[in-house]
Design a protein around this ligand. Structure first.
Ligand SMILES: NC(=O)c1ccc[n+]([C@@H]2O[C@H](COP(=O)([O-])OP(=O)(O)OC[C@H]3O[C@@H](n4cnc5c(N)ncnc54)[C@H](OP(=O)(O)O)[C@@H]3O)[C@@H](O)[C@H]2O)c1
Length: 230
């Protein structure tokens, strides 16, 4: 999206929350850090004379998406959400759908397993409630403090991931279960392909609900909207 906006000569700014140490460089001027809630975002939009807002955050970043909707309403500046379509299971997948991290933790009740936690770093502590498992944590950055888990291994890597890489990870780490969020898209789907190939069951955290909004799944649709065609 950033490349498309840049190539077409739109004046634009890219915003990162600042969660990872070295965020990917973008072909746009980039700012890092929160705005200070919906009011802060609205003030920023007004100060910067922003005319269009593209919410391209992760489907689990619901606070930011809600802030965008509130700031758009407050300022009258239109917003669009660019999201990846959610993953859907095939008949060869073994997924258990859960609605939240807490439900994923509850779903791990039972005998000890080796569990791949591909959920980022924010909610790892919740899994201390199921201390019988060995957790393999896939993270973008090495954690500065160890998570409060009795048994864990960390693997530091950043997508896009490959089927070969994820097959190797599941095999070498002897993964018996996977917990992940339904991020959708191509960059992180290989763990699900690998799980299907190896018969590893998946606990899939479904997307949180958001208010109705103008949501599209392609860069072209956002460009059409920017050009006033939708
Ligand atoms: N949640 C996930 O699983 C996940 C996975 C991969 C990537 N991410 C990305 O990581 C970022 C943070 O995710 P989250 O789940 O912590 O978000 P969140 O709960 O929706 O947002 C928490 C706060 O972080 C700030 N923030 C979030 N995205 C921002 C952005 N693009 N630019 C500036 N500030 C931002 C906002 O602070 P203020 O209220 O102060 O403005 C927001 O209120 C998001 O941009 C998301 O796309 C999230």
């Amino acid at each position: 999206m950033a490349s498309a906006v840049s190539q077409r000569g739109f004046s634009a700014m890219f915003s990162y929350a600042g969660r990872v140490n070295a965020p990917k460089a973008q072909p746009l001027p980039t700012r890092v850090g929160g705005f200070g809630g919906a009011d802060g975002l609205a003030a920023f939009i007004t100060q910067q004379r922003i005319t269009h807002i593209i919410d391209a955050t992760h489907p689990f970043a619901t606070q930011m998406s809600r802030n965008v909707l509130a700031a758009a309403q407050q300022t009258g500046v239109p917003a669009i959400a660019l999201t990846r379509p959610a993953w859907v299971p095939t008949t060869h997948d073994n997924w258990q759908h859960v609605a939240s991290v807490e439900e994923a933790v509850n779903a791990l009740e039972g005998p000890p397993h080796r569990v791949l936690l591909a959920i980022g770093r924010m909610h790892l502590a919740a899994f201390s409630a199921q201390p019988q498992h060995h957790y393999v944590l896939r993270l973008v950055d090495q954690p500065t403090a160890p998570p409060p888990l009795a048994r864990f291994t960390t693997t530091v890597d950043r997508g896009p991931f490959t089927l070969e890489g994820d097959l190797a990870l599941l095999k070498t780490q002897r993964i018996e279960r996977i917990v992940c969020k339904n991020a959708g898209g191509e960059g992180a789907v290989s763990k699900l392909d690998a799980a299907r190939a190896l018969g590893v069951p998946v606990i899939m955290i479904d997307r949180p609900a958001l208010p109705a909004r103008h949501e599209v799944h392609s860069v072209d649709e956002v460009l059409a909207w920017l050009n006033g065609r939708s």
